[in-house]
Design a protein around this ligand. Structure first.
Ligand code: ZN
Length: 282
């Protein structure tokens, strides 16, 4: 499959030819940075983990060159950092038994350009080759610009596909903002309690980001644990780890639907819930 960026790479952990590796995809995660998939889309990874009928395809948009670095990595150049981060990502793909890992290697600034036709073209080609049933990307209320740029482009690229080639479902997941605020009736909650050890291993390979003092691994596992306990107030825990997601499927089923209108609708209903609850007691 042809990708626009000559530095892009598709890694297939079990060595199958690329076309075949992509064809078997059932679940796809599309993240801005190396490690985003392992923090936010564990549900898709575990659905496919050591499962000969379902395969996870990871897609990472940016090149990792601008990553923060400290301690052991403090003197690392941008180019060396790109290599370190890609190596870590491919290690995660091996641990998680991914069907394929696509590293698009764009600078973050290129992803944030609204008219990046190359990125849209790459996404369209990846969707055509992989035909995923379920897609996980960033939620649209995230506070990181690159995350939002990726999520919006993913929706735009899917909208360009004929209806029959679009995924059946697309979910916006948690990294730089949790989704606890969403109404329970509107949030999607994935039980990811199985294989906590695999989740820790998937996150643990991103040493270059964690070693500098940002314990993303502990924070992300803590968020999933908190989600599981705070999901329902009157029942005992049904799960020990949960990922929350915003269902973005209506945006790909009904293209005229405005992206910002759809997301602010969740916020408006949250606002009404807060105000109604206070109203009951005042
Ligand atoms: Zn990120």
């Amino acid at each position: 499959m042809k990708l626009c960026n000559p530095n892009a790479e598709i890694f297939v952990p079990d060595g199958l030819p690329v076309e075949k590796a992509l064809e078997r995809t059932t679940h796809m995660g599309i993240g801005a940075h190396y490690d985003d998939l392992e923090f936010m889309a564990v549900h898709g990874i575990l659905e496919c983990f050591r499962n000969s009928k379902q395969w996870f395809c990871g897609v990472t948009a940016t090149d990792g060159a601008g990553s923060p670095r400290a301690h052991k990595y403090a003197g690392t150049s941008d180019d060396e950092m790109r290599k370190v981060r890609r190596k870590e990502q491919n290690e995660a793909a091996e641990i998680g038994d991914y069907g394929a890992m696509v590293c698009l290697d764009y600078p973050s600034s290129a992803i944030k350009k609204t008219k990046n036709e190359d990125f849209t073209e790459d996404l369209k080609n990846i969707f055509r080759a992989a035909r995923p049933e379920v897609v996980y990307t960033h939620n649209l209320a995230d506070k990181h610009d690159t995350h939002i740029a990726v999520a919006v482009q993913v929706i735009r690229a899917i909208r360009k596909l004929p209806q029959e080639e679009r995924p059946k479902a697309i979910y916006g997941c948690e990294v730089w903002r949790g989704l606890d605020w969403m109404l329970d009736s509107e949030k999607t909650a994935f039980n990811v309690s199985r294989h906590e050890n695999v989740i820790m291993a998937l996150m643990g390979v991103f040493d270059s980001q964690i070693a500098g003092g940002k314990r993303y691994d502990l924070a992300t596992l803590g968020r999933k644990r908190a989600n599981a306990t705070y999901y329902a107030s009157h029942a005992t825990d049904q799960a020990s780890l949960m990922e929350y997601a915003m269902d973005l499927t209506p945006l790909i089923r009904n293209p005229p639907l405005g992206i910002a209108d759809y997301v602010t609708g969740f916020i408006d209903r949250f606002k009404k819930d807060v105000s109604d609850r206070i109203g009951k007691f005042s």
